[in-house]
Design a protein around this ligand. Sequence first.
Ligand code: HPA
Length: 259
Amino acid sequence: MRQWAAPPRVGIVLGSGLGEVANGLRDAKKIAYKSIPHFPQPTVHGHAATLHLGRWGEVPVAILRGRVHLYEGFAPAEVVFPVRVLVLAGVKTLVLTCAAGGIARRATPGSFMILSDHLNFQGQNPLVGPHDERWGPRFPDMTEAYDADLRRLALRAARARRLKCFEGVYAAMLGPNYETPAEIRALQRLGADAVGMSTVPEAIAARQMGVRVLAIATITNRAAGLARRPLAHQEVMAMGRSAARNLVGLLDAVLPQMA
Ligand code: HPA
């Protein structure tokens, strides 16, 4: 982080197809993950691997363009390592973005879901293992994992821009296969509005460190069994890319009020 004069205040993690959002930074310095000690290397097509340090408006921001997932075989602690580095570098607010399948009726492709809460169905947790109290409490509270003020701010900004946006519960699955229709019906009954394979480990690690979290899912497809056709990664990526522009607009509105 010595490569940037002002410590980053806001960290942004970009999900599938959303890499273009990094172009919203001014004076950006790009650092390849492979030149940062211990940074995990993404293996998924469509996920780049660069840390961008720069300013979004006046706010010093660090963007992780490319994330790693549990389904790639990384340990939970490896998945959250980049986020922990950003927090140690000065990040106080974290914006997590991801692609997700829509379960709730209003979760239609192209809409945004601001996470109000999550269901961790990944069967893994980045806080498992010997406790190092430098990260924070052993048993972090998760009553308000996603900051209520930031959620309100994001919803208001989205409405002002006439974007389709709603709040909902994100179910995190391990993947890498998309869910079965029976799993989606079960998730629906358990209170999930959208489903994906990321975000939750980072949110948990960030909350343990006392960082405020805003998480925004781009709904790229209807979840399995809810549309009359099979799911394809290409389709998810394409919808992610077309939503990226709207996400930039949303970030433009919320970032200045975040730092
Ligand atoms: N399921 C899980 N993860 C996803 C989906 C989905 O339908 N769409 C985008 N990421």
